[in-house]
Design a protein around this ligand. Sequence first.
Ligand code: 5GP
Ligand code: ZN
Length: 115
Amino acid sequence: MSADRCVFCQIVAGELPSTMIAEEERAVAFMDINPATPGHLLVVPRDHAQDVFSVAADDLAACASLAQRMACLVRDRLGADGVNLLQSSGAAAWQTVFHLHVHVIPRYAGDPLRL
Ligand code: 5GP
Ligand code: ZN
């Protein structure tokens, strides 16, 4: 069963370990396994959707709302000076996990990350 499910579906289902930060009705947020900056989070819909082209509008809205909440969290709890919200859809856009996700990337004044 789980072998048929994508990695983020398995994380949502609790079948793969993750550091879960927020769990809402339609979306969850967990730490990225390979953070671009300290506190890098991913927000994903609970229901599988491959990308922005196919996700249900209410799931996309739930992700946007949770991403905003996580942006405030990294500002208030981690002292981030700014945040990048990034969503990549399609291999040409460098999407590597084909379950829609929004990156919440905390930015710190002078940090070296170039997107
Ligand atoms: P993409 O390149 O598709 O926009 O981003 C995929 C993100 O998922 C990457 O930042 C990568 O580090 C993260 N990722 C891939 N596999 C896992 C995993 O098993 N667990 C977690 N927490 N993050 C993952
Ligand atoms: Zn999935």
